[in-house]
Design a protein around this ligand. Structure first.
Ligand code: PGA
Length: 251
């Protein structure tokens, strides 16, 4: 079975709305042969939603969502607000949300369910910290995350799930997992999917690698059997480098 090939950008808290619109316009004018998903700051969503409106291969993602439909949640953003801006995907479980903002498994499950129920697709992020890697506990650690956060997901949502494996020690550090390390973890995540949800889900769910993906290393990483693309932070802030990454899939 051939799986989707996805280059996902995570701009994090970078660019002003004007700079973001310019970058989005460059991406919309570029040529590439994979699916692009671009996660932009909340202040940019409405404007970039217009830029991507008629694009077939570029979809807009939000970096966060709240799970209640509306009400007294100062500072938060609902699924209806995202949908109205043209958002198709939302990131859930990014390590920065877990570590800096204290998001725990219970909250992530609520966010994922609310997003799916509203019709948004989810890019669910997982990955181990350095001490787990140093202790050779990375598979055990990530399996724990998957068990707590994905195992109860209703079956009907699974075909709208994308997983991003992002070892925390490789995010923004310039230290990338080797292609072999990425493949080993992706295979282990796919095995979890097979055991939990069955072979069909395991075969079709895209699993992206994230953590210092650059034009110089994307080809080697994307060439691994269980790597279906990347979730790219720093190197997605320049259109040239992100488009090059989006063109790094072997034909
Ligand atoms: P990075 O970020 O590419 O800058 O390491 C990846 C991510 O956090 O999604």
């Amino acid at each position: 079975m051939t799986r989707r090939r996805i280059a996902a950008a995570n701009w994090k808290m970078n660019t002003t709305p004007g700079e973001g619109a310019a970058l989005a316009t460059q991406l919309a004018e570029a040529t590439f042969d994979s699916e692009m998903i671009v996660a932009v700051p909340a202040t940019h969503l409405d404007r970039i939603g217009q830029v991507f409106k008629n694009q077939q291969n570029i979809k807009l993602a939000a970096q966060n969502v709240w799970y209640e439909p509306k009400g007294a949640y100062t500072g938060e953003i609902s699924t209806a607000m995202l949908l109205d801006c043209g958002v198709s995907y939302v990131l859930v479980g990014h390590s920065e949300r877990r570590q800096i903002f204290g998001e725990d498994s219970d909250l992530l499950v609520k966010k994922m369910n609310a997003a799916f129920e509203a019709g948004l697709d989810v890019i669910y992020c997982c990955g181990e910290p350095l001490d787990a890697r140093d202790a050779n506990q990375q598979q055990y650690y990530v399996n724990g995350q998957l068990t707590r956060e994905l195992a109860t997901l209703p079956f009907e949502y699974l075909d709208r799930l994308i997983i991003a494996y992002e070892p925390i020690w490789a995010i923004g550090t310039g230290r990338t997992a080797s292609p072999e390390q990425a493949q080993e973890m992706h295979a282990s995540i796919r095995l979890f999917l097979e055991t939990t949800f069955g072979a069909v889900t395991a075969q079709k769910t895209p699993i992206l690698y994230g953590g210092s993906v650059k034009p110089a290393n994307a080809k080697m990483i994307f060439a691994q059997a269980d790597v279906d693309g990347g979730l790219v932070g720093g190197a997605s802030l320049q259109s040239d480098s992100f488009v090059e990454i989006a063109n790094s899939f072997s034909s």
